[in-house]
Design a binder for this molecule. Sequence first.
Ligand code: AMP
Ligand code: ZN
Length: 492
Amino acid sequence: MSESKPLYIYNSLSGKKEVFEAINPPFVGLYSCGPTVYSDVHLGNVRTFLTFDIVYRYLSYLGYNVRYVRNITDVGHLLDDSDDGDDKIETRARLEKIEPMEIVQKYTNGFHDTVKTFNLIPPSIEPTATGHIIEQIEMVERILANGYAYEVNGSVYFDVKKYAEKYNYGELSGRKIEDQLEQTRDSLEGGNEKRFFADFAIWKKASKETIMKWPSPWGDGVPGWHLECSVMSTKYLGQQFDIHGGGMDLKFPHHECEIAQSVGADGVNPVKYWMHGNMLTVNGTKMSKSLGNSFLPHELISGDHELLDKGYSPMTIRFFFLQANYRSTVDFSNEALQAAEKGFKRLMNAIELLQNLPKSDKSSIDINKLIQNSNQSMNDDFNTPVTIAYLFDGVKMINSINDGKEEISEADLTVLQKFYNDFVFNILGLQSETSDSKSNNVLENVMDVVLKLRSQAKENKDWSTADLIRDELKSLNITIKDSKDTSTWDYE
Ligand code: AMP
Ligand code: ZN
């Protein structure tokens, strides 16, 4: 472990920051709920995945050997939480008149492209719900055998009331079951199969029309949504593992049910630290596909959306998210994104200067404090906005050294360069965008030369050469527009 100071993690289970102690060091098991691949991920989803990318990166930086599991939900997530709605993927497949697995493939590909664009490190394992049907059936059998579930007409429901007699259903979300008991009678009228309103399906009987279904001891059906995460997290990380994450909206019922399932099946509380990222909002309302206020990442990058003044680069957007604490909401605004764009450029300019700063015999600045503070803020529950504020203290130093107002020794410069490399690129996962702009500059310069040659050819009335240049460029998707005096070019 490279740092001696403890890492504190805010544990949603206790509602407090706790010193992080790995169950089985130096191994750390990290699980994050992944996307339901029935449509494109929106920018809010990206925020949550970014939060756990930072957790992964920082734990790795501290020297832990992290196994990061992030699943793909490709069956079982219903359109609402009632257990009676249709499967999101199957509904979409009917709409687009294609196979459910084509929907799964299409949006899994899209998800992978998106997370790559934002420089998220791929997880160590990316399991799918459909790939773990046998294990899910086995878990249902264990829960049934322990008496915490019951079968009705080919479906199996978790018996929350029975569970609550012995365990605390609501320990994560703080919801009290006894406060809700009164509702039972009303909600169970009308032939509902559940004995108790809070019961949830762990296996759901398939209808004749259902395409995605599997044989089970209770007939053909599909696993309940919460079940896949219980099964896949413990299969790859052990019956009790270190960290489980997801967005705040998953705390209840999804994560509460995961705890109940593991305890019901194996008598073990599965997770030591529960972490929940807060929501990206638009005018104070959660960004969500169903509310129609969501942006797709490519809309934000191109600026092609009615709420956007212009487009922003993926790294500007990543930086924008990291400027907020993961436990606070972030409200989308053009002003905040413009400020993030400026800030990100300032940081990157300083890093470029850092590579060629003048060295002196001794330093007039204290870089140790800067490094200590930055480690401390990351150790304080991954506090990226405070860390970024320290990085900007360093930017001031770098600019002052560059202007000759401060001095830095060769040894300190090496340490400072490594520090920025670690924090900006490895931990915050930002990427320099200059290589792109450099190649753009080269292209601009080369095109200047080509256009000059062409206008010379035209002056010499060498029309065939001028046309040849134009046609060859056209085949490279570069169009030349001729006006009276000059020619310009555009890349399509
Ligand atoms: P889903 O595909 O709906 O299961 O969501 C994938 C992840 O994105 C989950 O961890 C959600 O909690 C999270 N999420 C959904 N909406 C938002 C939002 N507006 N802001 C941040 N995270 C979100
Ligand atoms: Zn999950």
